[in-house]
Design a protein around this ligand. Structure first.
Ligand code: HAX
Length: 438
């Protein structure tokens, strides 16, 4: 059996040739124009970056290497007696484009276990942080601290040729992904459980070990974390976390810099932090209304949120125009495992009433729920009540997609990202010139 690294190396040369042919024969072909509104409006829909590992369709949602979430749930390897694919297999798919066997996925897991031990200096860094520092800040700092051991940075300094960049990038990516569950768990146990650390269990898979190290060993919770880490892993290249990692990596910053920066973007409330905001919003609703709200009360509360100039967290999307399939996957998990849970009932009631309200409100282009509308309630059900921590789970998962792409970016020799900016004065001059009679 070829190792993941050998498998990737075999894919790299044909892919380089494929892209060189496209650039040589069709490099000047136009694929997009950018309007003034797009330049001011966060570059929505401007096709100006290549991302190999996943693609997002506004109506259908995410496909990982061409596969929808239900297709992946059927095709990717699962451990005997469990319900969801292990993320080790998803990473293999994202990196190589091929569906792994269980043996392939387990080999990735073994590789990660060998690289998982946290260095002493990192533990000291974590122990030095205030426990009331946001978990995402701690997570980003921990990843950044590991940069000290970057193999890419060391080899670059020693004068590595460009053709070799992918190799130490691969090593850094495998090293950092391996360590994320323990970093996350240490932050959780220190902030919320009096620093009662639990050692990783070598018999468990990468996702189950995260659950285990936060002290939650229910088999259904293991499956929830596997599902969670699979579905949050990637969402094409233009979202804030993915684009940040791509941009930072394009300066030949190593995987640690790139991932830490991506986590800073994920920590924004319009992006990954929305998952904690959803829970905060639901808890505030229950507190203000003195219990589980009925649909009429929810409608009123949703209008109050909008009328006070706030967004409804977990709803809307910059690309999607239908219910997010990641929301649907989590809803199906809830229907199977916790159909009567009161917070799930609230999430379902919001799903019934919020889209119509957002349509009447008339601003959001997409009134449907995104991934973050559902994830917190599932975690809450299994006892992870500290919602400030939720985005860290998202970050552990998101590393899989953006780090697989980072290896590809170095393998393909993608250059420094450097779009052109213009001033408003320049925009006005163009408008004026266009209005002149020809
Ligand atoms: N509630 C209220 N207003 C909303 C809204 C929502 N859920 N979604 C969009 N709008 C508003 C926007 O704020 C914007 O208002 P202004 O014109 O006053 O600025 C208007 O509708 C048009 O926005 P849009 O084009 O539909 O959406 P954007 O592409 O600008 O933004 C967001 C996409 C996801 C940021 C947006 O829908 C939002 O703020 N949603 C709530 C936060 C959220 O759930 N974020 C997580 C998104 C998924 C993700 O990245 N997860 O990590």
């Amino acid at each position: 059996m070829a190792t993941l690294k050998e498998k990737f190396a075999g894919k790299m040369v044909p892919m380089r040739e494929r892209i060189q042919k496209i650039l040589k024969e069709n490099g000047e072909m136009k694929i997009a124009d950018c309007t003034i509104a797009q330049a001011y409006g966060g570059m929505r829909s401007v096709k100006s970056m290549v991302w190999e590992v996943s693609a997002l369709d506004p109506n259908e949602g995410i496909r990982f290497r061409g596969f929808t979430i239900p297709e992946l749930q059927a095709k990717l390897p699962k451990l005997p007696g469990t319900g969801e694919p292990i993320p080790e297999g998803l990473f293999y798919l994202l990196l190589t484009g091929d569906v792994p066997t269980l043996e392939d996925a387990l080999a990735v897991g073994e590789e990660w276990k060998k690289r998982a031990k946290l260095p002493d200096y990192l533990i000291k860094v974590l122990e030095s942080l205030p426990v009331d520092m946001h978990p995402m800040t701690q997570f980003s700092l921990a990843i950044l601290a590991l940069q000290k051991d970057s193999k890419f940075a060391a080899r670059y300094r020693a004068g590595m040729p460009k053709i070799e960049y992918w190799d130490p990038m691969y090593e850094d990516v495998m090293d950092v992904i391996a360590k994320l569950p323990e970093i996350a768990a240490r932050i959780y146990m220190r902030c919320y459980k009096g620093a009662k650390y639990i050692a990783p269990d070598p018999k468990l898979d990468w996702a189950a070990n995260l659950a285990h190290q936060i002290g939650n060993d229910k088999p259904d919770f293991y499956d929830l974390i596997r599902l969670y880490l699979d579905i949050h892993s990637d969402h094409e290249g233009g979202n804030v976390s993915a684009h940040t990692s791509h941009l930072v990596g394009s300066a030949l910053s190593d995987a640690y810099y790139s991932l830490s920066a991506a986590m800073d973007g994920l920590a924004g409330p319009l992006h990954g932090l929305a998952n904690q905001e959803v829970l905060r919003w639901i808890m505030d609703t229950m507190k203000d209304l003195g219990g589980v709200p009925n649909e009429e009360q929810l409608k009123k509360y949703l209008w109050n949120t909008l009328n006070s100039g706030k967004v409804i967290p977990g709803y809307g999307h910059a690309v999607l125009r239908k219910t997010d399939p990641r929301y649907v996957a989590q809803r199906e998990f809830a229907l199977k495992h916790l159909p009567d849970y009161d917070l799930f009932q609230i999430v379902s009631s919001i799903y019934k009433v919020a889209p119509d309200i957002l349509l009447q409100h008339g601003k959001a282009k997409n009134p449907w729920p995104n991934v973050d509308a559902h994830s917190g309630v599932l975690l809450m059900y299994y006892g992870v009540t500290e919602y400030d921590f939720y985005t860290v789970f998202f970050g552990v998962s998101r590393a899989l997609g953006i780090m697989a792409q980072l290896i590809w970016s170095r393998a393909l020799g993608l250059p420094l990202e450097r779009p052109k900016s213009v001033t408003t004065e320049w925009v006005e001059s163009q408008i004026k010139a266009a209005a002149q009679p020809k």
